[in-house]
Design a protein around this ligand. Structure first.
Ligand code: SAM
Ligand code: SF4
Ligand code: SF4
Length: 342
């Protein structure tokens, strides 16, 4: 395979691949898969439409030859995909053109993590991000909408760290009037533990969550609230294109991150492609359509043909939805995050 780095029309290279391994989830988070839309009769993808582990690994190998360094498994809930550790093992065995393994991470709601952490680490997973929106059981259970308790997620976070999957990042989506009063408690709880909480602005992904701008808590407000209790100072980004802005506690108790996709868009450094569970490549989280790579794979395309398709798709990319949000086309049909992969 020919190694080549592709850049898009805004000179952004392809560096990260987020792979959704299933569109199913055992939670019904109100901001992601609200029950009214994802009810009992919702039609999830049949198994034969999902990419197989071999197909995913083949696409990841080709993407790595074109610049991808970081791979994140997501969904839906990735740990619901049977034998997911086998996919982790195959991906961990891939190498960049200069012989490096991928930086391999997973985002999960944590429900199956305590059982799986050791197997995932053994298979080659480097790190996990666990989503947890509140430490208050009433609030968290109403947000996940399946009455799942906080304590079990906290246990999963500890199990992941014990298995060597740390430092664990903890994602909290902050929604005005729902869990914004829990921000400081969250910061307090995880200070000094080595885990890093990332406060995420509630985004207008998909069409089903009824997003409104006044439900977004700007990251600046989150930082000010924490800083008033636990003084913070900014930290330089780890690498270009990092989505999270880092802040550390002045007393040395660790750091937090804020992801300000709404109030401070970071499209200019966006190097991420997303692969849906049925093999469509999306060049933006807010895309309205993906490009069907599964059809190529199942139609017998050679590696060279798939490479050409990938390079052409990325080369034509001009997405910068978040930067244009104000002026944006709310009328277009955006795909759901549980499908495209968060
Ligand atoms: N099920 C896994 C989980 O929840 O961690 C992985 C998939 S989930 C779609 C990935 C991340 O997207 C989670 O941290 C979730 O909180 C976040 N997310 C989902 N909908 C969101 C929204 N509307 N705005 C901001 N973040 C969102
Ligand atoms: Fe499931 Fe994750 Fe979406 Fe919550 S955020 S509904 S856990 S996919
Ligand atoms: Fe990247 Fe699209 Fe998000 Fe901008 S809106 S940061 S281009 S995924």
């Amino acid at each position: 395979m020919v190694a080549r780095t592709v850049t898009d029309t805004l000179q952004r290279p392809l560096r990260d691949l987020r792979i959704s391994v299933t569109d199913r989830c055992n939670f019904r988070c109100v901001y992601c898969m609200p029950k009214e839309v994802f009810g009992r009769d919702f039609a999830f993808m049949p198994k034969n439409q999902l990419l197989s582990f071999e197909e995913i690994t083949r696409l990841a190998r080709i993407a790595m030859a074109h610049g991808v360094r970081k791979i994140r498994l997501t969904g839906g809930e990735p740990l619901l995909r049977k034998d997911i550790e086998e996919l982790v093992r195959s991906l961990a065995a891939l190498r960049t053109p200069d012989g490096q393994p991928p930086d391999l991470a997973m985002t999960t709601n944590g429900t199956a993590l305590a059982q799986k952490a050791a197997a995932l680490k053994d298979a080659g997973l480097d790190r996990v991000t666990v989503s947890l929106d509140s430490l208050d059981d009433g609030v968290f259970q109403s947000m996940n909408d399946v009455a799942y308790p906080v304590a079990k997620v906290l246990h999963a976070i500890d199990a992941a760290a014990d298995a060597g999957l740390g430092p664990v990042k903890v994602n909290m989506v902050v929604k005005r009037g729902l869990n914004d009063h829990d921000v400081v408690a969250m910061a307090r709880h995880f200070r000094g533990t080595g885990h890093i909480v990332r406060f995420i602005e509630y985004m207008d992904v998909g069409e089903s969550n009824g997003w409104k701008m006044d439900q977004v808590v700007p990251s600046a407000e989150v930082v000010a609230g924490i800083n008033a209790v636990f003084p913070l100072e900014p930290v330089a980004a780890n690498y270009g294109g990092e989505t999270s802005q880092r802040w550390k506690y002045k007393d040395g108790a660790g750091e937090i991150g804020v992801i300000s996709s709404v109030t401070q868009a970071f499209c200019s450094g966006c190097t991420r492609a997303r692969l849906s569970a049925d093999g469509k490549l999306f060049t933006c989280l807010f895309a309205t359509a993906g490009h069907d790579l599964r059809a190529l794979l199942r139609g017998g395309a050679t590696d060279a043909e798939v490479e050409d398709a990938l390079a052409a798709l990325w080369g034509a990319r001009s997405d910068r939805y978040s930067e244009l949000r104000g002026a944006n086309t709310r009328a277009v049909h955006k795909v759901e995050m549980s499908y495209i992969g968060g």
